[in-house]
Design a protein around this ligand. Structure first.
Ligand SMILES: NC(=O)c1ccc[n+]([C@@H]2O[C@H](COP(=O)([O-])OP(=O)(O)OC[C@H]3O[C@@H](n4cnc5c(N)ncnc54)[C@H](OP(=O)(O)O)[C@@H]3O)[C@@H](O)[C@H]2O)c1
Length: 506
């Protein structure tokens, strides 16, 4: 059932890849589920010239390509709600015709002034478009709410993020801003909150007394594909760690919120960001490892090294792999190391959080513990979404040999329950004005502050190595030292949640 107000959804960058692959298919899904309001229009905005009909045809093809269609009449009904307006993003004078077009649509479709503006353009336009919208009064809420959704990345470093923040807050209020971090829209990331706070058995152990360390991995098996040009301006740290993975770490580490109100949840997440122990310049070399994939043969196929990819500088020092070790200085986590690693061209595509519990104080049984951290809780974000608990069990037979076994839950076991896409969930929340799953300005700024020493060092200190790693491997061997200094190893996840090991099927 739809519970949101009638409104117009405006997408800037409507001729782009994200609109076609994610945004319009997600809006279509909401339409099919009857989650759009009774009166709704979608206005695509870009520089390209399209008529309404041409743009509708392009979006119809996109929906058919990226969604499973049960009934084509739904597609036909949905695309009738789509319109298009061409503008020059940098030219202030084109915003008045945009405003007039919106007014016309409102009158024709009998929709009030409520409007979402979704910025799906190159990030260099995230400051200027809101400013031009405000110059024609499209930020004002006298005739209905106005919301601004901003795609990642929010800034390129601390300085640019602060500049963007000031630019936006000049004309828009914080509660009008919705910063998309699509990881927060993932069902399995939200389930971290539920696993922790709906079970009496986990939360009492969720602290420095029982947890040895926390490991967060986000691996991709593909390279940069056609996005080499974009990736050159980003790298693994900015692309994955600054936003998605620090957000996942914060949800893993946060205190219980006083309620499910957005402000209560976001306050607790912010406190984690504020408790991150700054990484000293002299510690960057040992606490942050960067790597770049090299050409190799993966599954009998030759794959190019990063520097040979399209759009990449042949002498590029952009990292395609990043691993960091850090601490959260508060009462719950004092002394517990957190490890994050992410990379492209790793053996498999997987994202998961692994809670490694401390061993028992004394090991009673023969043979010694089979691993230094036998009890692990694995929360799998993708693929084979689920939760896995590893624990010791008696090997059947004489004596008291112990072996590690699994207890697991897979989302795929839930029959008839569809997992909505992250964009579907976030777009729906933005329509309802629910900002719980959107990053707040202070969080983003704290994340940049935290990573600034690493970014600066990797940019300016020629002595900090960039390690090569063959495509299809788990990254530079030096990254193992981050975790092995404590007699532990990274978990080597496989495609299936229940399996791990460096030689598993990928
Ligand atoms: N694609 C993804 O999977 C993905 C995932 C996460 C975040 N994002 C973020 O979402 C935003 C949109 O991504 P995208 O992949 O859709 O981008 P895109 O295809 O490169 O660009 C979107 C649209 O912006 C316009 N544009 C491109 N370059 C421009 C320029 N120099 N000046 C003015 N307009 C320009 C183009 O439309 P016209 O030429 O018609 O104006 C283009 O269709 C980006 O900020 C990206 O970082 C994308």
């Amino acid at each position: 059932m739809n519970t949101n107000d009638n409104h117009i959804y405006v997408i800037f960058g409507a001729s782009g890849d994200l609109t076609k692959r994610k945004l319009v298919p997600a809006l279509y899904s909401l339409f099919v589920q009857n989650l759009l309001p009774e009166k709704f229009a979608l206005l695509g905005v870009s520089r390209s010239d399209f008529t309404d009909t041409e743009f509708r045809t392009a979006m119809e093809s996109a929906i058919k390509e990226f969604k499973e269609i049960d009934d084509t009449s739904h597609v036909e009904a949905f695309v009738k709600k789509i319109h298009y307006q061409s503008i020059q993003f940098n030219d202030a004078s084109t915003y008045l015709p945009l405003k007039q077009r919106l007014e016309k649509l409102r009158t024709e479709e009998k929709i009030g002034g409520n409007t979402v503006f979704y910025l799906s353009t190159p990030p260099s336009l995230y400051g200027i478009i809101p400013q031009h919208l405000a110059s024609v009064g499209l930020n004002l809420q006298n005739d209905g709410w106005k919301r601004l959704i901003i795609e990642k990345p929010f800034g390129y470093d601390l300085e640019s993020a602060l500049k963007l923040k000031d630019q936006l807050l000049k004309d828009w209020q914080e509660d009008q801003l919705f910063r998309i971090d699509h990881y927060l829209g993932k069902e399995t990331v939200q389930n971290l909150l539920v696993t922790r706070f709906s079970n009496g058995i986990f939360e009492p152990l969720w602290n420095r007394n029982y947890i040895d360390h926390v490991e967060i991995t986000s691996a991709e098996s593909i390279g940069v594909e056609k996005r080499g040009g974009y990736y050159e301006t980003s790298g693994a740290l900015r692309d994955m760690v600054q936003n998605h993975l620090l957000q996942v770490a914060a949800i893993t580490a946060m205190e219980s919120p006083s309620s499910l109100e957005p402000i209560a949840i976001r306050n607790e997440i912010l406190k984690v960001f504020q408790s991150l122990r700054p990484i000293k310049k002299e510690d960057v070399k040992t606490n942050a490892i960067r790597g770049q994939y090299l050409a190799a043969t993966v599954k009998n196929e030759k794959v190019p090294g990063y520097r040979d990819e399209e759009g990449v500088n042949p002498e590029s020092v952009t990292e395609t792999y990043a691993a960091i070790k850090f601490y959260i200085d508060n009462w719950r986590w004092g002394g517990v190391p957190f490890y994050i690693r992410t990379g492209k061209r790793l053996p498999t595509r997987v994202t998961e959080v692994v809670i490694h519990f401390k061993p028992t104080p004394h090991f009673l049984f023969s043979g010694g513990p089979v691993c230094s951290s036998c009890n692990q809780l694995v929360i799998r974000i993708q693929p084979d979404e689920g939760v896995l608990l590893k624990f010791g069990m008696k090997t059947p037979g004489a004596g008291f040999e112990v072996q590690t076994v699994n207890m697991d839950f897979h989302y795929s076991d839930l029959t008839n329950q569809r997992i909505p896409s992250a964009y579907e969930r976030l777009i729906y929340d933005s329509m309802k004005g629910d900002s719980t799953l959107f990053a707040r300005t202070e969080e983003v700024i704290e994340a940049w502050k935290f990573l600034s020493p690493v970014i600066d060092c990797w940019k300016n200190d020629k002595d900090v190595p960039l390690f090569g790693y063959p495509a299809g491997t788990w990254g530079p061997e030096t990254a193992d030292d981050l975790i092995e200094d404590r007699d532990m190893t990274w978990r080597y996840p496989c495609k299936n949640l229940s399996d791990d090991g460096i030689y598993c099927e990928l």
